[in-house]
Design a binder for this molecule. Sequence first.
Ligand code: BT5
Length: 324
Amino acid sequence: MRSKLLEMLIEQQGEFVSGEAISNSLNCSRTAVWKHIEELRKAGYKLEAAPRKGYRIIHQPNLLTENEIKAGLVTKYVGKFVVYEQTVSSTQEIAHRIARDGAEEGTVVVADEQIGGKGRLGRPWFSPIGTGIWLSLILKPKIPPQQAPQLTLLTAVAVIRGIESAIGVHCDIKWPNDILLNDKKLVGILTEMQADPDQIHSVIIGIGLNVNQTSFPKEISDIATSLFIEKGEEVNRATILHNILAQFEQLYELFLEAGFLPIKQMWEAHAITIGRRITARTISGSIEGFAKGITDEGVLLLEDDFGTTHKIYSADIEFNGTKL
Ligand code: BT5
């Protein structure tokens, strides 16, 4: 109910909404409306109440709790169920647990801070409090397990489009799971699975998006960036998230209906890995060569200097000696 109230106030963009309109729309008493207004105030919203006029928003804190996620969300099922925690070890761990316990497709787990945020191969993901979008999304697609990595590429396209439609900032995709802004890492994506050899139970997609950090720890300060750093102003996390989830749902439905091909074409339009000399560092060694493209399955094709084409399923990519 509180997210519906918030949505009504936000939609009015600073204009008054009458207490009567709110109580009719939420089907509750005027006293109940007042109680919800007080709760929003406690959460940091500045709300003005005026006799005969009603309530209006003066200032919205940059929060990303269940209320902000639900208010203004335009999807059918992605983000309909939200698990929000202020501080967690990793949203992936919670998502794995609730997926095993039967969480619905489209459930998202969001935290304000992760103290054990993780990347691929157990690498740490820096997730300080109140600044980024740290999210895991639970999916239950009826696809063979070997197609799950395509969902990483689909997510990258959804994130790029979501950021663009929210704030008009254009980013690039670096195969397989990074989104770069001005050549620095803005977003990392981690796709994990619960599956039998021939059947997926759940895919858990982790998205880490740097929104309002003003600086990064020394280890990553040369390679990481945030929307704040690039834009020079604070960005509303909920707006970005609503746009990403809306784009995700559209692309995911297209993927389930029409397969990976249309997604691949969109992905290629944003990818900067293709057509360049790269080094692919895989767990079994490094290969240097020319990135020819991706297959219809999303696998990277790398031609070495002897003319042999290698299929790369997972790797860290370096361009011209620059490590990201
Ligand atoms: C990734 O791994 O890029 C996937 C990151 C996924 C994070 C999300 S947050 C929500 C969900 N819950 C989790 O616990 N994880 C997911 P990888 O390609 O392995 O990159 C990891 C590397 O990125 C690290 O070794 C650092 O060099 C760098 N890094 C760490 N934190 C970063 C940050 N905040 N911004 C940019 N780069 C970062």
